[in-house]
Design a protein around this ligand. Structure first.
Ligand code: GLU
Length: 306
């Protein structure tokens, strides 16, 4: 099942549960520049696994904003909400390896279909349902439908992040068994992101560092499913000029920027924040490609210019 990619492929994979903020576009721009600077292709995927929280209108707006900014996908956009049958196939592979068990605990289940950002806290499952007997499973199933959890090994996973350097995590201690399908049947982010990136032949994942703690379990899933993991680059947080963390407030929303600045100016501001340029003069993503250098990106925080 291993494949040898002939083309470099990078991606931006937003969850359309609300409006994008400027930090999301920063990640999209860096993902685009990183792969384009190596002559590769950029793809966009809509991570609307939880279709109730992710209406199509949000996805339409995101794609239209990306187009305005010059960050179109080079291939047809995939919608995760349409791909449950694909995820089912790969969940079955994990089941056949005896790595999956039903879990009747409800805690921490709600957000399983969305990416766990650092600010969501780091919940480690205590393994309560790991060793249920068939009889117990039958009894518990009468009361509620279970989610599916994957059993992680007591193993250290190490990878070399293109921006942040070497990163190690012990899966059992620092991650714990994680959900691959919620009790309502919705497949979870961790499984879907790996399956989709692998089947789209993604060779590099460039995204915010608030997702770095997901990379080790994703690498383990790639290997367990017989895929080669991509390279990872986790971007430092984008902050306001005064060092303030960006929030969901209006002034940090992409729509605020689009209302107040022409698209090329927004790209110029983000290029300056990444230290790819010394001024925030207007520029397009395509024009920025030759200026991209991952070594220039600050490692602790990227600060929006005044
Ligand atoms: N869909 C995730 C989010 O919007 C990003 C997933 C990823 O880049 O791996 O937070």
């Amino acid at each position: 099942m291993t494949h040898i990619p002939t083309t470099l492929i990078g991606r931006f994979a937003p969850t359309p549960s609300g409006k994008l903020h400027i930090g999301n576009i920063f990640a999209a721009l860096m993902a685009y520049l990183s792969v384009k600077s190596k002559g590769g292709r950029f793809i966009v995927r809509i991570e609307d696994l939880d279709s109730v929280r992710c209406p199509k209108s949000n996805a339409d707006e995101i794609l239209s904003d990306l187009h305005t900014l010059g960050l179109d996908s080079d291939v047809e956009v995939l919608y995760q909400s349409e791909r449950a049958a694909v995820y089912e196939k790969y969940a079955k592979i994990l089941e056949d390896k005896n790595l999956v068990y039903p879990c009747f605990c409800s805690r921490a289940e709600l957000h399983a279909a969305t990416a766990p950002h650092e600010s969501d806290g780091n919940y480690i499952y205590d393994g309560k349902c790991r060793a249920l007997t068939d009889v117990e499973i039958e009894e518990l199933s009468k009361k509620r439908s279970p989610s599916l959890r994957v059993r992680v090994p007591d193993k250290e996973i190490t990878f070399d992040d293109m921006i942040l350097g070497s990163h190690t995590q012990n899966l059992a201690r620092e991650c714990g068994d994680f959900i691959i399908r919620r009790s309502d049947g919705v497949y979870a982010y961790q499984l879907a992101v790996v399956v989709d990136d692998a089947l789209s032949n993604v060779t590099e994942v460039v995204r915010g560092s608030d997702l770095i703690s997901s990379a080790p379990r994703q690498i383990w899933l790639y290997e367990t499913l017989g895929f080669k993991p991509p390279a990872f680059a986790h971007l430092p947080l984008l902050t306001a000029a005064d060092g303030r963390r960006l929030s969901k407030r209006d002034g940090d929303s992409l729509s605020y920027y689009l209302k107040n600045f022409p698209p090329e100016k927004i790209i110029g501001i983000l290029a300056r924040a990444a230290s790819l340029t010394t001024t925030s003069a207007p520029i397009t993503p395509a024009e920025l490609v030759p200026l991209f250098d991952p070594d220039k990106i600050p490692k602790t925080a990227c600060v929006l210019p005044e």
